[in-house]
Design a protein around this ligand. Structure first.
Ligand SMILES: Nc1ncnc2c1ncn2[C@@H]1O[C@H](COP(=O)(O)OP(=O)(O)O)[C@@H](O)[C@H]1O
Ligand SMILES: [Mg+2]
Length: 390
């Protein structure tokens, strides 16, 4: 069929034509945000899950809904190179400028702007990538100690007060949370803890890879009280079916049940793969309905394309020893696997291959869901490893 009208949307952060299977969670978050707005107790959220399960698009959907409801959102994406204070100061600046726009009293907003100027100035030496805003003069005595913990607490308090004055609530949306260095994350959590105790209307909805669960140190116990940790996973079969058939139906195209079954079997309900398979099925099919044979051709094409790009770029980052480790894991299936079992497949001692495993974890290829267990962070990677290393 005509690729021009193909409704599917494979790609990191690309909104799907049908956001399937997340309604309950979206509603839970919406309730929590409304409670925060009303000055009631509610926990924020931390979504964790593998690449391609739909964390970013879910976070964006929740943010757009919240903005439509009048919440002041703060959008922060943590890339590997920038410090959290730098990311926060530029994102918060945008939020404050937006809060500053309307006409009513804005003492609180101006004060928060000055707190932000202090914050940026005080931490500039420690975090070189901070830009000092020129909108306002720093305010002496607020957020200017140079200690991230207390300055962030001051800053969030000033922003929470400004939000109260404006009759709104501030929601921090933080994606790729796993890239935030632990001590900076810990400061953020401590600061959030402070504002939640003074019942200021600020909360956070964040997302990241499953290694976030390993979040350690003093931040951990606070984090568990402040945030609900929600696993974002593959879609169950009803939701996976909806992700596939609803977008086509809107274009007047049906799927034969056997075609849906083939796609669910191959993708295991992983959202990114559903989009890929949907896209290829559409392109190979002659017309409606999309048949089982079309879905099988889509499997061949989707795998060829993923092997050449999505999987391949990750594979190319590995050293030969890391490739052998991943291949041994794949031999055991999709996982998680015991480190001892992987070592055994390799005919090596656990202690000898431990550095390789650690390297793979540092590269974000593997994570440890429980002590001594190892799993792929990219779904279906086991099948790829078997295809590429016979
Ligand atoms: N609930 C869903 N239903 C259908 N497609 C989805 C869903 N969630 C995500 N997708 C699709 O999956 C892909 C990956 O989504 P993304 O949010 O980037 O994942 P993550 O941030 O977890 O790596 C995108 O192509 C997106 O359109
Ligand atoms: Mg993402």
């Amino acid at each position: 069929m005509d690729p021009r009208s193909n409704p599917y949307a494979p790609g990191a952060g690309v909104p799907p034509p049908e956001l399937a299977g997340r309604d309950d969670l979206i509603e839970r978050v919406s309730i929590a945000l409304d409670r925060v707005h009303a000055g009631r107790a509610a926990r924020g959220f931390i979504f964790h899950g593998l690449r391609g399960v739909g964390k970013t698009v879910l976070l964006n959907r929740i943010r757009l809904d919240a903005e439509a409801q009048g919440f002041a959102s703060v959008k922060i994406e943590a890339p590997e190179e920038r410090s959290l204070p730098a990311l926060l100061s530029s994102a918060l600046r945008t939020t404050l400028l937006r809060l500053n726009r309307s006409q009513a009293a804005k003492m609180g907003v101006a004060k928060a702007m000055r707190a932000l100027a202090s914050f940026s100035k005080a931490l500039k030496v420690k975090y070189q990538d901070l830009e000092v805003g020129i909108d306002f003069e720093p305010e002496a005595g607020i957020a200017d100690s140079g200690d991230l913990d207390s300055d962030l607490a001051d800053l969030l308090t000033a922003i929470g007060t400004a939000a109260t004055e404006r009759g709104t609530a501030v929601v921090l949306f933080l994606d790729e949370l796993q890239y935030v260095p632990e001590e900076q994350l810990s400061s953020l959590i401590m600061a959030m803890h402070g504002v939640s105790q003074s019942q200021l209307p600020i909360t956070m909805v964040a997302a990241g890879l499953p290694q976030l669960l390993g979040l350690a140190g003093r931040a951990k116990s606070y984090a568990e009280r402040l945030f609900e940790f929600v696993a974002i996973d593959r879609l169950d079969s009803d939701a996976a079916r909806a992700a596939l058939v609803v977008p086509a139906a809107k274009e007047g195209v049906d799927f034969q049940p056997a075609a849906v079954a083939e796609i669910l079997k191959q993708t295991l309900g992983y959202p990114y793969f559903l989009q890929e398979w949907g896209k290829h099925s559409w392109n190979v099919a002659a017309g409606t309905p999309i048949k089982a044979a079309d879905a099988r051709r889509a499997t061949a094409e989707a795998l060829a394309e993923l092997d050449a790009s999505f999987f391949r770029v990750r594979f190319d980052r590995l050293t030969p020893a890391e490739k052998r480790y991943m291949r041994a894991m794949a031999e055991l299936g999709s996982g998680p696997h015991r480190s001892g079992d992987v070592a055994e497949v390799m005919g090596r001692k656990v202690t000898t291959v431990a550095p390789v495993r650690n390297g793979l974890i540092a590269k974000g290829m593997l994570y440890s869901p429980a002590h001594g267990d190892t799993a792929f962070t990219v779904p279906l990677f086991d099948g790829f490893m078997k295809r590429i290393m016979l």
